[in-house]
Design a protein around this ligand. Sequence first.
Ligand code: NAI
Length: 334
Amino acid sequence: MHIITLIPGDGIGPEIIRETVRLIESTGADIKWEIKEAGNSAFLKHGDVLPYDVLESIKNNRVALKGPITTPVGDGFRSINVLLRKELDLYSNLRIIKNYKGVPSRYENIDLVIVRENTEDLYIGIEHMIGDDAAESIKIFTRKGCERIVRFAFDYARKENRKKVTAVHKANIMKMTDGMFLSIARTISKEYPEIQFEEMIVDAMCMKLVQSPEVYDVLVLPNLYGDIISDLCAGLVGGLGFAPGVNIGTEFAVFEAVHGSAPDIAGKNIANPTALILSAIQMLRFINEKESALKIENAMAAVLEEGKTVTRDIGGTATTSAYVDEIINHILEN
Ligand code: NAI
């Protein structure tokens, strides 16, 4: 049996988490959930957005499924996602970008994975003013940081039987930071002869992704380029509602949707749970419940393709639970 930390979160979080759990359980996956509160709800009860026992639970169970969290408005609140990343050293952020028939998109046959470095680069946030009229921000890359993210991308490609890794950089201009990233990628690529290695300057990458995204497989990027390209790619397949987010470190993994807590539609049972379900599929693969993952993915793809029982944001009229009921029906019928 797997024990997994479950963080319902805020806004639409508890609804989409409840439905996703119901879906997972319908496949027979052997999981016990340890429910923990974080975010606004935790703040109101315990005066802390990320109570100590949430981190303890993830550290014990190693895997968490997380709903979106509202960052309370006001000074001094810490971003929970940043805190989780830091405390658990979740150095890689994976975004799986895939087309599903029935989901409006300008493209077909996209199936790529973005591996974004999650802990270094300009995101360290070391900035200062130089007098009144200039500002400086420090971009930090370390050999350890570059090596582990590049190796993660190649290991992922090997494990998932993917064919190509593209390292995205701007080493022509930033010869030390991006230059080190690229040179490490070149060296490590030699250890994976069965995987094609390709390098691409980030601006050219943007153009090529818009022209022919179907030719890309695994992209590995430093933090800032990864952030931007992730959203560009989500836009290629129907937006953030279809983008699962996976944060993985050496020891722990946190699976979530990329979108926020959508307070404007919270409590109405109309949110689209697809992004969280896609993330849960990745979680099931991660814990080796591959059959359950496949069942959910096939059934969800069928329901999306039929287009009859889908949520309002993609042109349907179904509630969150009716959509999930339909996916469960497909699982039980097949
Ligand atoms: P948002 O993603 O919550 O909402 C933007 C728009 O998309 C809204 O109109 C919303 O109704 C819609 N939307 C989002 N998810 C949807 C879904 N599953 N189904 C149907 N419609 C959906 O972004 P917003 O409004 O900027 O942020 C709201 C709160 O969420 C903020 O407190 C923010 O800090 C937090 N947030 C949390 C994240 C996380 O925990 N991973 C990520 C992004 C934002």
